[in-house]
Design a protein around this ligand. Structure first.
Ligand SMILES: *[C@@H]1O[C@H](CO)[C@@H](O)[C@H](O)[C@H]1NC(C)=O
Ligand SMILES: *[C@@H]1O[C@H](CO)[C@@H](O)[C@H](O)[C@H]1NC(C)=O
Length: 298
């Protein structure tokens, strides 16, 4: 799914490269409601109270290749998904001896994340994208995103249940994509299967070379969704963009969180293709923390 709709170029100032950072407490009236700082021991699995694995190439009875055409088989092997003992989760796609790929995709066990009535839910993560670019990055497709909870155990009600892509990136380019999926597909209010998306290009240091903060705000009071990179808002969708019914269909229930690194599929294909023989095996996405905040009034 290519989702290249709006592009802005911005040069960012360098962020701190601190690892093992604590989850920030909320600011500006937000309070922390949930998070994971991945501070477990070297080569340990993620906390199973917080995360569950999606295995194989699709949900039971759902679309093949996770609906995107991605090629990897997702596992719960430590090789593909582990805490590094230095305060990070690492999700690494790995090419096997026959040329196939494995990787990992995890979902929050909690699936009750929703903007409080009249208030705001914010979700953010501090992430360094896989440190590959050019030919070595062909086919890399890391993402930090959310799906509407009614998707769980149904798997065939996308996109009306809603999908918030807080961060998507392909092929090691220095550009973040943020997208809302909703309504009907193809077409509909939300321009499916592209969705309604924006992007931001030109972060410094590049997204692959340092940690950056990816944040999404669901503002029920203002009836607005907002996407940020390092505090810079780069995309907004408000209720007036779609019909009242469509807005209600994807905002009337909570969501869960997903972190994954896919390999291949429609989105990388639309921006140059991959994977190829030159694609590097094993470059991990590093996640310092994931956090969810709420504030009662927008
Ligand atoms: C809808 O998607 C098409 C690509 O299929 C794109 O050219 C167009 O700009 C998008 N429109 C909106 C409103 O996002
Ligand atoms: C990223 O990769 C480049 C080239 O291999 C290397 O010089 C650099 O140190 C790496 N940066 C990080 C933060 O891992």
């Amino acid at each position: 799914m290519a989702r290249i709709l709006v592009t802005t170029s911005i040069i960012f100032t360098a962020l701190s490269t601190l690892v093992r950072a604590d989850i920030p407490t909320g600011t500006n009236g937000f309070s922390l409601v949930w998070g994971d700082d991945f501070n477990g021991g070297t080569n340990t699995a993620v906390n199973s109270n917080n995360w569950q694995f999606d295995l194989g190439t699709g949900y039971p009875g759902g679309a093949s290749n996770w609906g995107t055409g991605e090629l990897e088989i997702n596992t719960n092997d430590i090789e593909n998904c582990y805490q590094d003992g230095n305060g990070n989760l690492r999700i690494a796609p790995v090419r096997d001896s026959s040329g196939g790929w494995t990787s990992a995709r995890i979902e929050s066990v909690r699936d009750d994340f929703q903007a409080p009535p009249g208030g705001v839910m914010a979700i953010e993560a501090k992430i360094q994208l896989p440190n590959v670019s050019g030919d070595a990055a062909a086919g890399y497709f890391p993402a930090f995103w959310m799906l509407g909870t009614p998707f769980r155990n149904n798997y065939n009600n996308w996109p009306e249940v809603g999908e918030f892509d807080i961060m998507e990136n392909v092929n090691g380019i220095n550009k973040v994509f943020g997208t809302l999926h909703c309504g009907n597909s193809p077409g509909g209010n939300c321009n499916e299967s592209n969705g309604l998306g924006g992007s931001l290009e030109g972060a410094y240091p590049p997204l692959q070379e340092d940690y950056h903060i990816y944040r999404f705000e669901w503002d029920d009071g203002q009836q607005e969704l907002r996407w940020y990179l390092d505090g810079q808002q780069f995309w907004t969708v408000d209720a007036a963009t779609v019909t009242e019914q469509t807005w209600q269909d994807f905002t009337s229930h909570p969501y869960f969180i997903i972190l994954n690194v896919a390999i291949g599929g429609g989105f990388p294909s639309a921006l140059g293709g991959g994977p190829t023989d030159a694609t590097e095996s094993g470059a991990p996405m590093l996640v310092d923390y994931v956090a969810v905040y709420e504030k009662e009034e927008s």
